[in-house]
Design a protein around this ligand. Sequence first.
Ligand SMILES: C[S@@+](CC[C@H](N)C(=O)[O-])C[C@H]1O[C@@H](n2cnc3c(N)ncnc32)[C@H](O)[C@@H]1O
Length: 243
Amino acid sequence: MVENLTIPGSAIELPGVHPSPNIQKTPEIYEIENHAVDPEQKIEACMSRIAPWDNKVVLDLGAGDGFHVPRLRETASWVIAVEPHGPSVERIRKRVASLDRVDVYQGSAEHIPLPDHSVDVVHCRFAYFWGPGCEPGLAELERVIRPGGTAFIVDNDYTGGTFAHWVLRTPNWTLHNPAAVEAFFLTKGFTFERIVSEWNFARREDFESVIRIEFPAEDAEQIIREHKGTRVDYHFLLMHRQY
Ligand SMILES: C[S@@+](CC[C@H](N)C(=O)[O-])C[C@H]1O[C@@H](n2cnc3c(N)ncnc32)[C@H](O)[C@@H]1O
């Protein structure tokens, strides 16, 4: 592989790097969220039907704190985590300290610190690939993925589910035009799978703390007043392309 890079200073200055306040300000709550997400692992099951990664090299791009790395590593020959945010990179390194077959690099979707055609499968979940503007990252995927390899991009499916309903009614939700985003990825050769799943929390207070990091304060309190229990109907969009 390549030298174990750490880019000095704030990687947030790399082109295309966006802040992620949920995981960066409150990593312990984002960890709770990740444990609640898609408890039956329908996303991984769908990915594995499309492009199994047994004995393959997997890149987790925008890996956050590396939550998905041990899962991906279970059957992969090697997993490489790439993440721009320095403190998150350190948390990945702690998480995988006792694991072999894992490399962790600081980098970004537009600057993947890997050689050409060096990975078989890319997993990128809730990071960078938000639609128009991510063309430099798509070019990097094309560069690092081996012929026949597959990229997976995991995002919210805004066409259904309680979570999407909450997001779409949030007044200052200006980031996304879901239809335009989907149209963009279709033109880039991606195929879509819509996965009906859920968040399932162990405790009510976990649900409430996650809602408070994902929504502005007033909207979060409204959701907490309205929604009972510990489960939320949540639909995912899995976009994939073979290279
Ligand atoms: C919401 S978190 C998701 C983390 C992880 N994929 C997960 O599901 O647990 C988004 C991550 O994308 C990273 N990120 C931001 N800009 C990026 C870029 N240009 N390329 C790759 N990752 C980026 C952030 O630093 C953050 O760790």
